[in-house]
Each structure stands twice: as structure tokens, then as C-alpha cells.
Write a protein that binds this ligand. Structure first.
Ligand code: IMP
Length: 191
């Protein structure tokens, strides 16, 4: 089975390739010659994930999938959420992480979760799959692994941040892995 993964993000592509079973052939946007940027303008992860799939469907009627993800902090009413990549107004990880820690200086609960939503367009119908990773926000950044908010996110059941934990553990726990596994199970039952 051939599926296009609607992403320009090499890290995501590698992550997905590691999990997807061999009978599902995943093609990247560059492999199909699609180089346009797809602005994420919706206010929900589902909306942005669908918007990316629709950008492909405008050009090509093919089975494809995309994802959108973010960090949701309880004490900040779900911020940065769908705006995680540009929380400070800039696509700058250090500035975004510093802003988040500053906004949490006077709050009690540090509970947060990462959420990923996959949108799959398969044989004419859209399907959505969600994965979450619960944890809490650390008091200061630790570790250089992962990306984005990983140095300030401590997964539930651990004392280290995702920045300190190994790539293998991150992959096992990840919100993206959880959502992707649901999509893989769906495809196993429906193809
Ligand atoms: P997107 O799914 O690429 O749009 O991701 C949105 C943003 O959410 C990223 O730029 C990160 O700031 C944050 N994010 C999503 N998943 C992760 C993760 O696994 N680790 C760290 N940050 C993440």
C-alpha cells in the first residue's frame, strides 16, 4: 500500500518510517515533487491536519496522511496548544521554552500533555487518530535530546525530561507514536 505523508519535516518522516510496517510504503512530499509550504491557519490540530491533506488532494487524488501536534499546559488553559511552534511569535525553541517557563512562575499545577492528531485520507474518506503523552513542565530546561519543548517536559512515571531520555524511550512514549499506531491498526483492519 502506498501512502503520501504530508510533511516537510525530516524528523517526523524518519520517526514515522521507523514505526510503519513494511507493507505500507510511505512517500514524502519531496518524493512526489510537492515543495510548496502549507501554512497552518486553523485553530485546532484536527483542522490543521486536514488542511495539509487537502493541499495534496487539490493536486492529486491519492491516499495520504498528515499530522499536527502541540503541547497543552493545564494551568495556562491549554496554551501553547495549536500555537506551540510559534508561542512567542517566533519559530525559536529557546525563546518559546523561556516564555512558557516565565508564564508558569506563579502557577501551582505543572500538568501538561503533548497531543498529536493524524488525519488520514483513505479511499475517499477522512479519518482522525489522536495520541497523547501526559507529564509535567520542569522548573528549568535539561538535556539536549529531542526537539521543541522536550528539555522542559517530564513524562508521567519519569523524573528526567524528554531532553535527557533516550531517543528509543521517546519513540516508545511519544504522542505521535500513539496516534500513528491507531492509524496503522485501522489500515490493517480496512485494507
Ligand atoms: P507540528 O506538528 O510540527 O506543527 O508541531 C508543532 C509544535 O509542537 C512543534 O514545533 C513543537 O514546538 C511542539 N511539539 C510537537 N511535538 C513535540 C515533541 O514531540 N517534542 C517537543 N515539541 C513538540
Amino acid at each position: 500500500m502506498k501512502l503520501i505523508f504530508v510533511t516537510h519535516n525530516k524528523n517526523k518522516l524518519d520517526e514515522v518510517a521507523k514505526i510503519t510496517p513494511e507493507h505500507i510504503e510511505v512517500f514524502s512530499l519531496s518524493q512526489i515533487g510537492f515543495n510548496e509550504d502549507i501554512p497552518e491557519t486553523e485553530l485546532t490540530l484536527e483542522g490543521n491536519a486536514k488542511l495539509k491533506v487537502d493541499a495534496i488532494l487539490k493536486n492529486k487524488n491519492a491516499n495520504c496522511f498528515s499530522d499536527d501536534s502541540g503541547l497543552f499546559v493545564e494551568a495556562l488553559n491549554g496554551e501553547p496548544g495549536v500555537f506551540s511552534a510559534r508561542y512567542s511569535g517566533k519559530r525559536d525553541t529557546n525563546i518559546n521554552n523561556e516564555l512558557l517557563l516565565r508564564n508558569m512562575q506563579r502557577v501551582q499545577s505543572r500538568s501538561a500533555y503533548y497531543m498529536s492528531v493524524f488525519c488520514l485520507y483513505f479511499n475517499g474518506t477522512y479519518h482522525f487518530f489522536e495520541g497523547r503523552l501526559y507529564g509535567e513542565i520542569a522548573s528549568h530546561p535539561k538535556g539536549n535530546n529531542g526537539f521543541g519543548y522536550d528539555p522542559i517536559f517530564i513524562p508521567k512515571g519519569y523524573t528526567a525530561t524528554l531532553g535527557e531520555l533516550s531517543e528509543k524511550i521517546k519513540l516508545e512514549l511519544s504522542h505521535r507514536t500513539r496516534a500513528l499506531n491507531k492509524m496503522i491498526d485501522f489500515l490493517a483492519l480496512n485494507s
